[in-house]
Each structure stands twice: as structure tokens, then as C-alpha cells.
Design a protein around this ligand. Structure first.
Ligand code: PXL
Length: 278
């Protein structure tokens, strides 16, 4: 018997099930890896107080990591919503104290419904402590812009420049996701020498809640299976594009992507991939 690879997410709980920990664990299951989680905060809006972020204590975060590490072990790990500087510093310390083959940092900052998922003063800690530990970081356009001191990103050329500049923060790969551009969904991967551009067709839908979480979770699962980074991103983009295509909603709210789509609805997307030297 061979066992599935061991994959961990350190992220926030999104009670509606579309994003955060919930999206990550669904993605892990779809991709046949053993999913584990450390909950950093619970996101859910209280009907009276209006409070929407309920952080866990540092002790609870450390306890979850330690238990999973000792009971199971970790081959590949992603971080999502971390929320505060103290959590980022603790997570960086935990990751440095263990040997984990693959670390994916999704620099989650703002949710689709404008929940603030990272405090302003936490951005420096993300840049200095966590990103240098990553094999790959996966910012979307607003996140890339924040990490580059507010620089505007509004074209495919800007994605290339952002990837090159973010590479200087110390991760081995940078994937800048251009989902918010008009036209096809273009993402740019950079490894310090070679740019790889991935292009998927634009899908006309608002039901994309958790798409970014699911994309980075799929990359994390694929890396656990020892795919190359380029293949891990290519297959993950195929997974998430199919999930977006079959997204749906139960109410008038922006709905989830359909994590089971690639498995149950067949027909994967053709992602165009092109490479160029710096
Ligand atoms: O999609 C970003 C995201 C990540 N993590 C948590 C979230 C959200 C969006 O709402 O709630 C916990």
C-alpha cells in the first residue's frame, strides 16, 4: 500500500465553505492527497456586532501545527489568510524549525466581499519573514501591487514586470495571477531566468469565491506529488478553470467554484503555455 502525500494548509476558516481552509481541504481531497489544517482565524460576520474576523490565539495555532507534524508529518504546505504580524512571525518560526519540502505562500489580503484578511502592519513581516521561505508565492494583481508598494498593475506586461520584481523578495518562483484583466485569464510564472505564461479562456461568471485559495491549494497538492513547479501550476490552473466553469450559487451571494468539476464533469480545459527568457 502506498499512502497519499501529506499536505497542510495554514489559513482562515470561511464558514460558507467556498474559500479558506474549506476550499483548501476540498481541493486536497479532489487531488488525492492527505489534507490537514491549522486554522489561524475564523471569518464570519456576526449579525449584531458586525465583527467578521475572529482570530485564534498563537498557542492554538502552534498546537495545531505541532499535533499534525507529530501525528502525520508534512510533505507540502500552503499558507493562506494569516491576518496579523504575530501570526506571520510564529508561522515563519514553525516552518524554519522543520524540513518541509514544498512551501507555497498565497499572500491573502482581502476577501471577495472586502473582508480585511491581513492587517496593514503585517505586510512587512510577510515580505521579510515568510516569502523568503517559499518555493512559490501566488499573488493576484491587488496583492502584487501591495507587495510592490502600491505600484499599478493593469496589463500583461505589468504582470511580467511584477513577477520579476517580486522575485527579489526571495521565493524560488513567483506566480502573478492576472485574473482581473480583461480578456483571457493570463498568469505569469518567473524563476529568475525563465517566464512561463499560462492562458485560460475567460469564463463569464461571478461565482468565483475561493478560486485563488483553490488554485494555490492545487499547486501545493501537485508539488506534494513531486511534479515540477511548471507542471504543478499548469495542472492546477486546469483544475481551477474547470471548477470556475462549473461554479454555482445557492442564494444571491457570490457562489463557490465547484471543486468536484474536473472529476465529475470531465472535459478539462486546454491551457496555453508559452515560455520566454528574461
Ligand atoms: O478568498 C480569500 C479568502 C481566504 N481565506 C478566507 C476567506 C477568504 C475570502 O473570503 O474568508 C478565510
Amino acid at each position: 500500500m502506498t499512502y497519499p502525500s501529506r499536505v497542510m494548509t495554514i489559513a482562515g476558516s470561511a464558514s460558507g465553505g467556498s474559500a479558506g481552509i474549506q476550499a483548501d481541504l476540498k481541493t486536497f481531497q479532489e487531488l488525492d492527497v492527505y489534507g490537514m489544517s491549522v486554522v489561524t482565524a475564523i471569518v464570519g460576520r456576526h449579525p449584531v456586532t458586525n465583527k467578521n474576523v475572529h482570530p485564534m490565539t498563537i498557542e492554538a495555532i502552534e498546537a495545531q501545527f505541532d499535533t499534525a507534524m507529530k501525528q502525520v508529518g508534512i510533505d507540502s504546505l500552503k499558507t493562506g489568510m494569516l491576518f496579523s504580524k504575530t501570526v506571520i512571525e510564529k508561522v515563519a518560526e514553525l516552518l524554519e524549525s522543520e524540513t518541509i519540502k514544498h512551501i507555497v505562500v498565497d499572500p491573502v489580503m482581502v476577501g471577495k466581499l472586502d473582508s480585511k484578511l491581513l492587517e496593514d502592519e503585517a505586510i512587512e513581516a510577510l515580505k521579510e519573514k515568510l516569502i523568503p521561505l517559499a518555493e512559490i508565492i501566488t499573488p493576484n494583481m491587488p496583492e502584487a501591487s501591495f507587495l510592490l508598494d502600491g505600484r499599478e498593475i493593469k496589463s500583461v506586461e505589468d504582470l511580467y514586470q511584477a513577477a520579476e520584481d517580486l522575485y527579489k523578495l526571495g521565493s524560488r518562483y513567483v506566480l502573478v495571477k492576472g485574473g482581473r484583466l480583461d480578456g483571457p485569464a493570463v498568469d505569469v510564472l518567473f524563476d529568475g531566468e525563465v517566464f512561463t505564461e499560462f492562458e485560460a479562456p475567460r469564463i463569464d461568471t461571478v461565482n468565483t469565491s475561493g478560486a485563488g485559495c483553490s488554485y494555490s491549494a492545487a499547486i501545493t497538492a501537485n508539488l506534494a506529488k513531486e511534479m515540477t513547479v511548471v507542471d504543478a501550476v499548469l495542472q492546477a490552473k486546469n483544475f481551477v478553470t474547470t471548477a470556475i466553469e462549473h461554479g454555482f450559487t445557492y442564494t444571491e451571494a457570490v457562489g463557490p467554484t465547484y471543486h468536484a468539476a474536473l472529476r465529475t464533469r470531465g472535459e478539462a480545459h486546454k491551457i496555453k503555455m508559452t515560455q520566454s527568457k528574461k
